[in-house]
Design a protein around this ligand. Structure first.
Ligand code: NAI
Ligand code: MG
Length: 377
């Protein structure tokens, strides 16, 4: 009997190369003995062939799995999306959507977790002593997509009737105004804050920094800060720091080593996590988890890098670290730690370096080097 059912979704482009690399590493730590893998269809290929980048059968597969290891998909602008559809599907009103955004909504994966730990010796590190973990709210805020342009009259009227500051727009042409909403719910902010604080306690980080802008965006950022203060009282010694998003960008350049866990809303969290990822080596190292109550999807932050398709060239470490996060989430701490130690050793040694690190090690050679280290541990 296998203990885990894992959906493997390589997607498009370099997704296949880096997924192969991660699977080798999962074999090397012994996880594959405990897991049943099922490969699933996702991405551009299925949009072009079937008019659906996330086929129903893949959703069914995910529902029957404990979690998913995803890689990357290709997406293109509207006109190209229509053009690349097989001829039979033209003119049927099919519209491309982002499968990963859909998965987040479908499975209520409200945490976007992005650990950004520097492996000493990585020539791309900003500093070697960084260990940042970003919690980005994944389901609300500016990314919900409740937007208007032109603004419907009823919305405009409701704003003017209900908000003193909206009076300045009275009489403006509705086509000359665009509105994007930033909606936070108490439940939404509470659960991302709780996830970040639980994590800080579990992994021994002394601080959680809420990254918002409550002095200007008083209601949404304000709700988050107020809830953070309330919740932090339950976490004893854990220190709650509050930093504005703009200042945070500055502090992350000046003193990133002083920070531990960061928590933020969808948009600010997206920005701050890209900044943190670059501090520890960028796309070749940046991994993430989309995590809900009972399901999770782990992935590298990078995309499908079409120019490197089939070249066995890119750095597989981000995907390998996504697999490591998956093991952590499943409670396989020892295996996760082995991957961490092996990556650390390979980077410290500096013998194997993919092109982004200034070397010519291939994707599969990098995976092999990490597997060798695992055997030595
Ligand atoms: P990208 O992340 O695919 O690649 C940008 C550049 O970063 C690459 O050309 C390469 O130089 C470098 N890079 C990426 N991954 C690397 C790795 N593992 N090792 C070394 N270098 C690496 O972003 P881009 O070019 O903007 O998008 C390409 C496609 O990927 C687009 O169709 C885009 O929509 C999609 N995409 C998908 C994402 C996802 O699946 N979650 C996220 C970002 C982009
Ligand atoms: Mg981003």
């Amino acid at each position: 009997m296998k203990n885990y059912r894992i959906a493997v979704l390589p997607g498009d482009g370099i997704g296949k190369d880096v997924t192969d690399a991660a699977m080798k590493v999962l074999d090397a730590v012994g996880f594959s003995d405990k897991a049943e893998y099922t490969w699933g269809d996702i991405g551009w290929e299925f949009w072009c062939k079937e008019g659906n980048p996330l086929p129903e059968r893949t959703i069914e597969l995910l529902k029957q799995s404990d979690c998913a290891l995803f890689s990357a998909i290709t997406s293109k602008p509207k006109e190209e999306a229509e053009r690349e559809l097989v001829l039979e599907l033209h003119g049927k009103g099919l519209v491309y959507f982002s499968p990963i955004v859909k998965l987040r909504q479908l499975f209520d994966l409200y945490v976007n977790l992005r650990p950004c730990k520097a492996y000493p010796g990585n020539p791309l590190n900003y500093r070697d002593d960084l260990d940042l973990v970003v919690f980005r709210e994944n389901t609300e805020g500016l990314y919900v997509g409740i937007e208007w342009h032109p603004v419907p009259e009823a919305i405009m009227k409701a704003m003017i009737d209900n908000h003193q500051k909206a009076i300045r727009f009275k009489g403006d042409n509705l086509d000359d105004i665009a509105i994007s909403t930033r909606i936070f719910t108490r439940k939404g902010v509470q659960r991302i804050l709780k996830a970040s604080m639980d994590y800080a306690i579990k992994y021994g980080y002394p601080t959680v920094t809420v990254v918002e802008k409550p002095n200007v965006i008083r209601e949404t950022s304000g709700l988050m800060i107020r809830e953070a203060r309330k919740l932090a009282k339950k976490y004893g010694d854990l220190e709650l720091w509050e930093t504005n998003i703009d200042a945070m960008a500055m502090w992350l350049v000046k003193n990133p080593q002083q920070y531990g866990v960061l928590v933020s809303s969808n948009m600010f969290g997206d920005i701050v996590s890209d900044l943190c990822a670059q501090l520890i080596g960028g796309l070749g190292f940046a991994c993430s988890g989309n995590i809900g109550e009972n399901f999770a999807v782990f992935e590298p932050t990078h995309g499908s890098a079409p120019k490197y398709i089939g070249m066995n060239k890119v750095n597989p470490i981000a995907q390998i670290l996504a697999a490591k996060m998956m093991l952590d989430w499943l409670g396989e701490k020892e295996m996760a730690e082995k991957i961490d130690k092996a990556v650390e050793a390979v980077i410290a040694e500096g013998k194997y370096r993919t092109y982004d690190l200034g070397g010519d090690t291939t994707t599969s050679e990098m995976a092999d080097a990490i597997c060798e280290k695992i055997k030595e541990l």
